[in-house]
Design a protein around this ligand. Sequence first.
Ligand SMILES: [Zn+2]
Ligand SMILES: [Zn+2]
Length: 409
Amino acid sequence: MIIEPSRDWNVFKQIFVDHWQGFKQCRPRYATPYYEGLVNKMLDCGNPDKMGYVEYRCLDCGQGHHLVSMSCKSSLCLRCAKVYVDDWVTQVSKMLHEGVIYRHIVLTVPDVLRPPFYQNTDVLLSPFMQCGVKCLDDFFSEVSGKALKGGYIVVVQTHGRNGHYNPHLHIIATSGGWDTQGAQWVHLGYLPYVMLHKKWQWYALEMCRDALPTDAMNRLVQTCYDTYPNGFVAHVQKGDVPSRYQSLARYLAKYVVSPPISLRRLDRYEGGYVTYHYRSHRSERVEWERVDVYTFIGRMIQHSFPKGFKRIRYYGVQATKTFAKIKGLVRQALAKVGAIVKGAIKIIAPKNYRERYRESSGGDPLICPHCHHEMGVWKIWHPKYGVVYDELEAIRKGRYAWAGRSAAG
Ligand SMILES: [Zn+2]
Ligand SMILES: [Zn+2]
């Protein structure tokens, strides 16, 4: 069948309904209660009887009625991807400091390391994030000749644009670091890439050797040193990085929290095959890929992280209360180099359900269509806890009795 935009979500679910059981038999690695839960949650997403709901009613005329189903927020759920991105943007915006210059640095590993990363996610991903930070602290220190501690927001991403497994780090790093000894902020205007490549290679490979001390890994590490004498790819995004910080988090979200294959990119689901497209970095063109359903499910699910795994982490001066203390000094130092960005950072307020609805439909869901008064919460039902709020019950129990008496009296 050819997929129409409005049917994308249903088709995505249908692929899992049709093939999840078979997929698990093929790839027993995913036959666990955790993955089972992820898939079930995703399939139930948006269904009020399964996920729970908030019911609104017009308390003025009694006619207006609106039901909001709870969303699943599962990492596998493409329907929730937008909510997830909005929450992410809010969270990261709060951590960006006005007047501070940040860089977006991407640290990658070569193809040969992808299989061991895929097979040992539990063991490798956390040390991977930490070693990116150690590498940058060391790099900044060597460049400046002082022991510097930078501030970092680290996000691990495990897929490339085509949905293939490709673990890499996106790091929002301060443009220098705090020199504890000199009690000053040291700004680095220029970064020597050649040095960063070599350093990153060393940190990444030694981390692999430490975290996974097997003969196979040892051999792989040696191969990597031999094959890549110039180091691993590490680049600082330039040019299109927005200079205004209110949009920095939004810009980053595009890179780091987008799903492996987005709903709008599914073109066809037919005869056990799925066709989707993506924009390739390499060719700068839209490319199509046709894969069997098991490969498709595999590509979607291999990017859900181990249970409890934190994808975004804050390190160095960014992570601690230190930043509040040294912020003044950081700004002074940056003002001196003349590179400070003028104007305050606008923190992007979290978008709630109502704003999102308004954005997509143009209407306000909580205004009664009959009398145009604002509706109130009538009932909240949760699949595990049952009815957690009931306005009618509250009225019966006399919640408004005192107010009523006083109005009457
Ligand atoms: Zn969902
Ligand atoms: Zn009304």
